[in-house]
Design a protein around this ligand. Structure first.
Ligand code: CA
Ligand code: CA
Ligand code: CA
Length: 338
């Protein structure tokens, strides 16, 4: 697969226009939420206000100048985010997974192929706040807390270094993060981990306080594709706090990882907690979902699940009556390429 890398380098050096048609077609997904644009509103956090990780984790300290230049111009034009010094090779340049649509689960040789083309697998925090309509810059409404490193509170306590979402659609119910414009690729195993601040209520009780999140991914900051998710309770009109009932959601597991007091490998689920996601879970839809699965993504959108429709009930996903919105501590990825 070495030749692919050469292709990527040439592509990145020679022209921005190389293969940019990947996301521009008519493949906008119906699963998109009302505001998938990267617009930055008056209350938003500009990228240069985001607090950089203090944990020494590499790869999250490059901010995308395009995101800054997008700010406030109200122009969702997909071309807007394509030219800039911080950009990675254009979409379509990498094809780490050559499988064809409809293939059976990947065989070991495909895993090997992905590993060969994977960038440095060092964990990297999403250090750029791209869009946070609920941001006020203060307390739990300070969006930089979602980009400054993860400081979990452990199995039985919710971390406080978090940015809290609310339930007002388009007002405070979502957050968009990036890795400074870099691409998160699909390598072996989990590719990124979402850290909320759920916790077990009482040691060993098996009862959890959770705020569920729908995770959406995008290559261009405009077209977002939801990571497949399914609430599998017997009665989906009733809330269940068991992590197993919320398949494909963020906010399922307590956060033991803490860059200050428990700096374990964030991809060691037993040690770190959090909610691991594998891009192999993206759909083989022949469209944007599959493109993300095979080529990676640059923007990650976290949406409060109670503001998202559950197709199984026709109503919004149910929630813990005591929940007032998901609390985002941070997101860590590996296989990140600048
Ligand atoms: Ca993977
Ligand atoms: Ca929470
Ligand atoms: Ca944090």
């Amino acid at each position: 697969m070495r030749h692919l890398w050469i292709g990527v380098v040439l592509c990145g050096v020679v022209a921005f226009g190389c293969g940019t048609s990947g996301t521009r077609g008519p493949s906008r997904e119906t699963g998109d939420l009302p505001d998938a644009s990267p617009d930055v509103g008056p209350g938003d956090l500009l990228p240069d206000e985001a607090v950089m990780p203090r944990d020494g984790i590499d790869g999250a300290d490059v901010q995308d100048p395009d995101e800054g230049s997008d700010g406030g111009n109200g122009d969702p034009s997909p071309g807007d985010d394509e030219v800039g010094a911080g950009d990675t090779a254009p979409d379509g340049a990498l094809d780490p997974d050559p499988e064809t649509p409809g293939d059976a689960p990947p065989d070991p040789s495909e895993e090997d192929a992905r590993e060969t083309v994977s960038p440095d697998p060092a964990p990297a925090t999403a250090g750029t706040v791209v869009d946070a309509p609920g941001n006020t810059g203060s307390g739990f409404q300070d969006a930089s807390r979602a980009a400054n490193g993860v400081r979990g509170g452990g199995q039985n306590a919710g971390g406080m270094d978090v940015f809290s979402l609310g339930y007002q659609e388009g007002v405070d119910n979502y957050l968009v993060l990036s890795w400074g414009g870099a691409t998160v690729h699909n390598g072996p195993g989990a590719d990124f981990v979402v850290f909320e601040n759920g916790f077990e209520v009482g040691a060993g009780s098996g009862s959890f306080f959770l705020d569920q999140i729908v995770v959406m991914l995008s290559r261009d900051g405009v077209t977002f594709v939801p990571f497949p998710h399914d609430y599998v309770a017997e009665d989906e009109t009733k809330y269940q706090s068991k992590p197993e009932a919320w398949q494909g959601f963020g906010g399922r597991y307590p956060v033991k990882y803490n860059v200050d007091s428990n700096p374990v490998d964030p991809f060691d689920h037993e040690a770190a907690g959090g909610d691991p996601f594998d891009l192999d879970g993206m759909p083989l839809d022949g469209g944007e979902g599959q493109a993300i699965r095979e080529k990676g993504f640059r923007y990650l959108k976290l949406v409060a699940a109670p503001t998202v429709l559950n197709p199984d009930t026709g109503a919004a996903f149910v929630r813990d009556p005591a929940s007032n919105g998901a609390d985002i501590d941070g997101v860590v990825a590996r296989y990140v390429q600048e």
